[in-house]
Design a protein around this ligand. Structure first.
Ligand code: TRP
Length: 326
């Protein structure tokens, strides 16, 4: 089970960090992937763009290979019982631990005039999303580790107080090493909040991709054979390794090690390989985005699967809590 907030365009970091894992997991597990539209209300109370954003994130995920026939792909707000479970879990979550959450503190800092209770209990709702399917594996990035640790705490409190209903959820990744998708300006990784010019979006046009790649920082090249690469050069190689073929990578590694590298040529190659990688995803996304009838069918089908699983769990939950009076 995993959730994606509908708050912007997906970028290369989302693809290699998360979506690729989702696509692989759907072959081996019974998967639930959810658009976290309710979570977005904690920080984005203006809902005028919500519908477009939900459609976009669904289309982008499908274009990347997520298959609505294999995995349940649905919207959080279409599973009403999640809100019920969230209420029960709120009685097991303490103000002190919620206030200590790193993501909460960050959001308070970013937006001090909207510190609402939904923001404080964000990890409680996230726990409800996960355990409503009694899910055990949650493909998420490092930034979500703390939320999962909190989810395990809430689960253990529930099980301890009312009986064993939920398995502990854990972060899941196929690769032991997390893949780094560096930003194009040589600092940090690609992210939604970073400078737009140093992040490659799955919606970027060919010319925009070329322009962004060609602006990546380089220098005059090494003067000594086999010298270590400065960070910003390592980053360009990292990106090449994500999208280029082995002979191409080997060619530029060799050129670097023998001091024959021409960075202009390398970035040209990287730009073309990026275009080759992103263009089909972008085109597929736009195609899906225009087929509203299809998107509706996907959401209905996903909601049906998710609601079945949720209803079964909630029966167990109400029984366990003791909300059975007749
Ligand atoms: N908090 C997650 C994020 O910001 C999104 C999310 C909501 C989620 N519900 C979830 C992730 C359930 C995993 C499981 O990316």
């Amino acid at each position: 089970m995993s959730g994606i907030r509908p708050t912007g365009f997906l970028h290369l970091g989302n693809y290699f960090g998360a979506i690729r894992n989702y696509v692989r997991m759907q072959e081996e597990f019974d998967c639930y992937y959810m658009v976290a539209d309710l979570h977005s209300l904690t920080t984005h109370p203006d809902t005028r763009e919500l519908r477009t954003n939900v459609h976009r994130v669904l289309s982008e995920n499908i274009a990347c290979g997520l298959d609505p026939e294999k995995a349940a792909l649905y919207c959080q707000s279409h599973v009403r019982e999640t809100s019920e479970l969230y209420l029960y879990l709120n009685m097991l979550a303490y103000k002190g631990e919620l206030e200590k959450t790193v993501t909460f503190k960050d959001k308070v800092r970013q937006n001090p005039e909207n510190v609402n209770a939904g923001l404080l209990t964000y990890p409680v709702l996230q726990t409800a999303d996960i355990i409503i399917h009694r899910a055990q594996y949650v493909p998420v990035g490092k930034d979500q580790e703390q939320h999962l640790e909190m989810a395990r705490n809430f689960v253990n409190r529930f099980n301890h107080r009312y009986g064993n209903v939920f398995p502990e959820p854990h972060a899941f990744n196929f690769n032991s090493e997390l893949i780094k998708v560096p930003s194009l300006d040589g600092s940090g990784k690609m992210s939604k909040s970073e400078n737009q010019m140093s992040t490659l979006y799955l919606a970027d046009g060919d010319e925009v991709i070329r322009k962004k790649v060609m602006k990546a920082k380089t220098d005059n090249g090494p003067t000594e054979q086999n010298s270590p690469k400065p960070d910003y050069i390592e980053n360009v190689f990292s990106l090449l390794k994500l999208v280029s073929d082995k002979p191409v990578i080997d060619h530029f590694e060799m050129a670097y090690n023998t001091c024959n590298i021409r960075y202009g040529e390398m970035k040209n190659q990287l730009a073309e390989d990026m275009v080759r990688f992103i263009a089909p995803i972008r085109e597929k996304t736009n195609h899906i985005l225009h087929d509203e009838a299809y998107l509706r069918r996907v959401m209905e089908q996903g909601a049906e699967k998710a609601n079945q699983s949720a209803a079964a769990t909630m029966q167990l939950v109400r029984q366990a809590i003791g909300l059975n009076y007749y």
